[in-house]
Design a protein around this ligand. Structure first.
Ligand code: FES
Length: 91
């Protein structure tokens, strides 16, 4: 039996205010890496934020999604209209 395959549905969303498109179902971390953002945001006392474990255990990939802070980018699939903030102010 052959499964019908085709292009993945595309969603539009915003990363730090910039409109972008992504394949529905991919994670925010996968999208950021595909966009060549291998590190996103910084915290004053630590290294750059990025996907490290990729399985939801290290907390190093957190972003803000639709105003909700500390969302794990490696676990959250992109959705239509999502507002993702990757940067934290460093004082
Ligand atoms: S990369 Fe470790 S929790 Fe997301």
């Amino acid at each position: 039996m052959t499964r019908a395959t085709g292009p993945s549905p595309v969603v539009e969303l915003f990363i730090d205010g910039v409109r972008t498109r992504a394949a529905a179902g991919q994670t925010i971390a996968a999208l950021l890496i595909a966009l060549d953002a291998h590190a996103w945001g910084r915290v004053p006392e630590a290294e750059s934020r990025r996907a490290r474990c990729g399985i939801g255990t290290c907390n190093d990939c957190v972003v803000t999604v639709d105003g909700v802070p500390r969302v794990k980018a490696c676990l959250m699939p992109v959705q239509q209209g999502m507002q993702i903030l990757t940067r934290r102010k460093v004082s």
